[in-house]
Design a binder for this molecule. Structure first.
Ligand code: CMC
Length: 391
């Protein structure tokens, strides 16, 4: 009953109006506030892109300096949160820890939860962007049993994150500029992607007027799934499982087999049906990082050959399946030293910018109302209750 349009997976339903991100999936175009992702990834910085997404325009030099300073001032976590971490098992997945810690922030910032006040919304957004590297690095430190490191404010956003993750109190940590640049670029590539599942989750959660920290925790939960942000971890695990180029055909055959649930992880996209422009930049970045660090990884060779073979295969051509952003990101993250379990946590860190920007856009929209999808009911028609003794 009910005259509703049924659109499973929302493949043809626009849930909002948005001025942030434009995607043309057939042409492989991705623009943030009009700027092509390739230009931003190669020429801009994650802080600049964050400012752009939040405020609509690229910052002037003075505006950027002020923004960076503001973010820097919010990088510390409440000291009590260190105790909260200690409640988790050491082998907890970092995404489980991230969901918990980010959700718990709502209990610490009662002052930034009047979401009707744009200034308070901006403070909450700055806090979230600033604290994510600290939260993610602490999740890592906790998992390896090393002490938490406090942020160091003379470092860049990304440099600070690297130090908090890989540094130890016993010695000075020197940020490698090649690694810093590559990671910053990875953050840019993940910053926003219009109404994907986790962003839609953040908007839906936020549409009820919920606390922003809780809304972002909801986004993190959704991102964790292997069909979404969890794909970078799954893709690298798959490349390791394949192990050597000779085994690629076997995995391609499995991906094509209707009776085998296996999919090529890091392949395919709901919107991109030509190529994922982020994957192009990512592949190039792997080459640059490997060359500058003078390292190699047999897994990269497997990835390149897998891409080449899949793109020649009718199945992948007909279904328009191409490598997505997650196909190559794991190769770089692993070269930098991150364990696979941290990959999706890094995605969450970067996507927080998109989430808060989209959340702000939604709340300031005068047309905004609570998200409340309808359904097509398929259950029993009305019937009378029978007491348990008579059933
Ligand atoms: N390997 C093999 N077959 C695939 C793959 C794949 N990676 N992706 C899609 N297909 C097939 C699928 O079996 C289906 O075939 P048929 O029409 O015969 O049933 C057809 O292609 C369409 O797939 P779909 O699942 O209906 O498409 P969707 O738009 O709902 O799903 C997707 C998009 C990204 C979830 C899917 O391509 C997938 O599961 N890919 C692997 C996971 C992945 O890499 N996810 C990261 C996405 S990008 C980053 C992010 O969003 O976080």
């Amino acid at each position: 009953t009910g005259a509703f349009t049924y659109d499973p997976g929302f493949t043809s339903t626009a849930s909002c109006e948005s001025g942030l991100t434009f995607i043309d999936g057939d042409e492989g175009v991705l623009l943030h506030r009009g700027y092509p992702i390739g230009q931003l990834a190669e020429q801009s910085s994650f802080m600049e892109v964050s400012y752009l997404l939040l405020n609509g325009e690229l910052p002037s030099q003075a505006e950027l300096a002020k923004f960076e300073n503001t973010i820097t001032r919010h990088t510390m976590l409440h000291e009590q949160l260190a105790t909260f971490y200690r409640g988790f098992r050491r082998d907890a997945h970092p995404m489980a820890v991230m969901c918990g810690v980010v959700g718990a922030l709502s209990a610490f910032y009662h002052d930034s939860t009047d979401i009707t006040d744009p200034q308070q919304r901006m403070i909450a957004s700055h806090r979230l962007i600033a604290k994510m590297p600290t939260i993610a690095a602490m999740a890592y430190k906790y998992s390896v049993g090393q002490p938490f490191l406090y942020p160091k404010n003379d470092l860049s956003y990304t440099g600070n994150f690297l130090r908090m993750t890989f540094g130890v109190p016993a010695e000075e940590y020197e940020v490698n500029p090649v690694v810093e640049k590559a990671l910053d670029r990875i953050f840019i590539l993940h910053a926003d992607h219009e109404q994907n599942a986790s962003t839609s989750t953040v908007r839906l959660a936020g549409s009820s007027g919920a606390n922003p920290f809780a809304c972002i925790a909801a986004g993190i939960a959704c991102l964790w799934g292997p069909a979404h942000g969890g794909a970078n971890e799954a893709a690298l695990n798959m490349l390791h499982e394949i192990g050597r180029p000779e085994r690629i055909p076997e995995f391609i055959a499995r991906a094509k087999d209707k009776n085998d649930p296996f999919r090529l992880m890091g392949f395919g996209h709901r919107v991109y049906k030509n190529y994922d422009p982020r994957a192009t930049v990512m592949q190039k970045t792997v080459r640059e990082v490997f060359a500058s660090l003078n390292v190699s990884d047999p897994v990269f060779e497997v990835a390149l050959q897998l891409e080449e073979m899949a793109l020649k295969d009718d199945y992948f051509v007909e279904k328009k399946l191409f490598p997505n952003v997650d196909f190559y990101s794991g190769v770089i993250l692993s070269a930098i030293g991150f364990p696979t379990t941290m990959f999706t946590a890094l995605f969450a860190l970067a996507r927080t910018v998109g989430w808060v920007a989209q959340w702000n856009e939604m709340i300031s929209d005068p047309e905004q109302k609570i998200g409340r999808p309808r359904q097509l009911y398929t259950g029993p028609t009305q019937r009378d209750y029978v007491p348990v003794s008579q059933r």
